[in-house]
Design a protein around this ligand. Sequence first.
Ligand code: ZN
Length: 156
Amino acid sequence: MGCRVLSFHYVLTNDKGEVLDSSRNADPFQVMEGKQQIIPMLEEALFGMSVGEKKLLHVPAEMAYGPVHEKLRIKVSRSQLPPENVQVGTQFTAAETGNSVIFSIVKIEGEEVFLDGNHPLAGVDLNFDVEVLAIREATAEEQEHGHAHGEGGHHH
Ligand code: ZN
């Protein structure tokens, strides 16, 4: 069965109106239907739109990157980390209940280092200002690879 490729522009803002991400200065984003490449609620809305249509979509945090998990906010001592890497913004991968989680250093106070394993957008309600530019059938090669090719897609 065929599936579709949809290209769209988006501007992502939080509820304060701050721009978190945008495709406007680059190629439009291409998404292949049913591959869970983007937030499911966003994908469903986009594939229900027509070419040229614009919409403002509000996606609650629970439907996007989920709530903030306090247990993923941990404090370690500086000596537990590789000394050359202890600075705000450094990321570590750690195993957490079977899944690998990326922890970022968010704060350092003396010997105490605060790590956060939450997605940066956890707990954030998202607003996508979207414009659908094109919808087409995926090529046989794209369907085989499971992603879109060309502008805004994969290049091999
Ligand atoms: Zn490919």
